[in-house]
Every structure is written in C-alpha cells, then in structure tokens.
Design a protein around this ligand. Structure first.
Ligand SMILES: Cc1cc2nc3c(=O)[nH]c(=O)nc-3n(C[C@H](O)[C@H](O)[C@H](O)COP(=O)(O)OP(=O)(O)OC[C@H]3O[C@@H](n4cnc5c(N)ncnc54)[C@H](O)[C@@H]3O)c2cc1C
Length: 362
C-alpha cells in the first residue's frame, strides 16, 4: 500500500493528532481517529510500518485476529494500511520522537530525531516495547562517522564506485547488500567498489538459500572477501575514516581498509524517550485509565503494548479496543461542543462519507 510520506517542512506542522508508533495498534488508532473525523500524522523509528509484526515475525502466522483465521505479521500490516487508506495519514518514518513538551492552550510540542517539529492537540503513544533502532557497532568514537562514512541498515546516498566497502552482519540484508555491491555488471551499481568485504564473527549466516548461494559463488570467484572477525577500533586520516581495527578468529589483530562501513546488525527496542516525557510509569509502562486510555497528562493517550492497567494483556486485539476508546476520548476533547454518538460503519451515512464508500442498497 502506497504511503503518504511527509515532505520536509520549515515550520512546525500543526495537527489535531499525532500517533507515535506505526505498529498494528498505532495503525488502527489512525483508523479509529479517522472515524471520528480526526486526521493524524504518524511517526516511527523504523523505515516501514508494522512494528513487531513486521520487525519480529513478518512471515509467521497469527491466529487470534477476529474474523481473520490466519494471517502473517506482514499481511496484517498490509490489511491495516489498506483499511486506513481513506484517512490519508501522513507518515514520518525512520525517526524517533525525541521530545514532547506541553505548550499553552492544551497543545504539545513534539520533535523527532531528524528535527521535524509538530504542534499537536492530542498525542497517541503506541510505542510498543520501544523505538526499534539499529544495533550500533560497538567501537568507541566510530559514531562520529555516522551518515558520512558509517551507515546503518541502508546504502549511502552517494555512489560507492572505487571505494573500499566493509559490510557488517550475518542476516539477509547484510548478505544481499554485499552480494549486490560485489557483483560485476550489476546495473544498480555500474561503478564497482574497489573492494567489498563482509565481516561477521562466525562463518555462518541467517539468510535465504538463494542469497547464500550467491554469497558463496562471489567468495569463490574472489569478487567478495569474507573475514571472520570483530571490530575493536578504527583508523582515520584528516578526519576521514580509513579503516577498522579488527581481531580475527585466531585472536590476531588487523587493520581492514574501509572508506565506507555499512552495518546491518539488526534493530533493538529502546524505550528511552517515552520514559522521559514526565508521564506516570509503572514498571516502564505508561499508566492509563480504562475509560479512554488517557495517561497522567490530559490529551496524551497510550495504547497497545506500551500501556498498563489492571488486567492488561499485551495482545493486538486488546490494543485495537484501546485505540477505539482513545479515539472517542480524543473526539470529546477536541470537539467539546459536539455530542459524540456511537455510529455503526454499516449504517451511518456520516461514516460512509468519511470512509469514502457507497454501500449497496438492499
Ligand atoms: C514473536 C511474536 C509473536 C506474537 N504473536 C502474537 C499473536 O499471535 N497475537 C497477538 O495478539 N499478539 C502477538 N504478539 C504481540 C504483538 O505483536 C504485540 O502485542 C503488538 O505488536 C503490539 O502492537 P503495538 O502497536 O502496541 O506496538 P509495536 O508492534 O511494538 O509497535 C510499536 C512501534 O512504535 C515505534 N516506536 C516506539 N517508540 C518510538 C518513538 N519514541 N518514536 C518513534 N517510534 C517509536 C517502534 O519503532 C515500533 O515500530 C506477538 C509478538 C511476538 C514478538
């Protein structure tokens, strides 16, 4: 499903609702807000929506979504994106919400790790187990080269022709990236790098059979180098990274030449920012009431795995219910003069208008 991806804006984006987290519950929150006539912006640290469903078990089956006897994590995400399409939420992906501050007139100032700013009247924290951020290379000082010569889970925005490229990782993305850069005549990289080396602490990988077969063929033809080693330090010249100091499986130390390091070490959840927004927590979860899933700060709601209340169960189904009541709560807050009636999507012409559907007459 094509996403409505945000364009850079100079001034803060004014919005009625901002959803933090594009996991299944954050996505369904967009739907329920849409039914209340509230348009939302959505921020996620991952470069794609789906949260745990896509990051942790994309191809595994889920059996307890009402009305869907079985679907994979990825399928559920695709279906949710399809369902929320009429509400045209704007997605801001690949960035964490770093700060949340209370402003005058019941609004909140929010800023992401990429400096995108929002002024929102309501916030929906659907942050699950925390922001999924790339696992970093454990070498002191190396992060200085982040986005210039060190890239996480992505290719750099410049051509790698003639450069010595070091790829770190043992998963599908690390191997696929190394394979693609090492292949002579790859139309995606007409200018071949000077060298492509894959490094991992063991000579065993978690990749598909096809990717592994290509990997071994490229190693055999010496188009791709492989080293069993771990990084311990780095070398630089005039502020430019020139290589990584590594220790190999025989405990020998080497300096590996590298103009660019591409790290595919997976992601790990980081609760970090959510815990610093001054909201009441209980064992690292946000405390909410079960009437509208508001946190200790009026106007800020918490739904899905991030919240806690008596009887809480960390299930997608429960998160969907929470998102529904949070949307009713937000509607009452945003439109205090209007009575908020329960309407059915089957029969309500207002909801049909919002969904952009014309149901058949029977
Ligand atoms: C292996 C496995 C199998 C499971 N199977 C089932 C099942 O069969 N049925 C079931 O009901 N549940 C299942 N679950 C649990 C289910 O996946 C979770 O309950 C569900 O994903 C919670 O959804 P969520 O939207 O609350 O959070 P998440 O899916 O965790 O999504 C939260 C999103 O918020 C983002 N985020 C967090 N903080 C920030 C921030 N500061 N800035 C920007 N983005 C942020 C994260 O990057 C993430 O993408 C399973 C879980 C696992 C691990």
């Amino acid at each position: 499903v094509a996403l409505n991806v945000a364009q850079p804006a100079a001034s803060p984006t004014e919005t009625d609702a901002l959803v933090i987290g594009a996991g299944p519950v954050g996505l369904f929150q967009v739907f329920q807000l849409g039914l209340q006539g509230i348009q939302a912006h959505v921020v996620d640290a991952l470069p794609y929506p789906g949260g745990q469903c896509v990051e942790l078990y994309a191809d595994k089956p889920i059996y307890d979504i009402p009305g869907l006897p079985v679907c994979t994590g990825r399928e559920l995400t695709e279906r949710l994106l399809q369902q929320i399409k009429p509400f045209a939420a704007t997605f801001h992906l690949g960035q964490e919400v770093a700060t949340v501050e209370k402003m005058a007139y019941g609004r909140f100032a929010v800023e992401t790790s990429r400096g995108i700013k929002f002024h929102s009247k309501t916030l929906f924290i659907a942050a699950g187990v925390g922001a999924f951020v790339p696992r970093s290379v454990k070498v002191d000082g190396l992060d200085f080269f982040n986005h210039t010569q060190l890239f996480y889970n992505a290719l750099p925005p410049f051509d790698l022709g003639g450069k010595h490229v070091l790829v770190l990782g043992d998963g599908e993305s690390a191997l696929a990236c190394a394979n693609s850069l090492a292949q002579v005549g790859n139309p995606l990289h007409p200018q071949r790098p000077a060298s492509v080396t894959l490094m991992h602490r063991r000579d065993s990988f978690k990749a598909s059979d096809d990717t592994l077969a290509t990997h071994h063929a490229l190693r055999a033809s010496k188009q791709l180098q492989f080293i069993t080693a771990q990084p311990t330090g780095f070398a630089e010249h005039n502020g430019q990274l020139t290589g990584l100091q590594v220790v190999d499986s025989d405990a020998a130390s080497h300096l590996l030449r590298a103009d660019v390091v591409l790290a595919f070490l997976g992601v790990s959840p980081k609760l970090g920012p959510v815990a610093q927004w001054g909201l009441d927590l209980e064992r690292k979860q946000l405390k909410v009431n079960t009437e509208d899933f508001a946190t200790s700060e009026p106007g800020i709601y918490a739904v899905g795995d991030i919240n806690t209340y008596p009887g809480k169960k960390k299930l997608i189904l429960c998160g969907f219910h929470e998102a529904t009541l949070a949307a009713f709560g937000a509607a009452a807050r945003l439109f205090p003069e209007q009575p908020i009636h329960l309407q059915y999507t089957t029969t309500s012409p207002r909801l049909h208008g919002l969904l952009g559907v014309v149901p058949p007459t029977v």
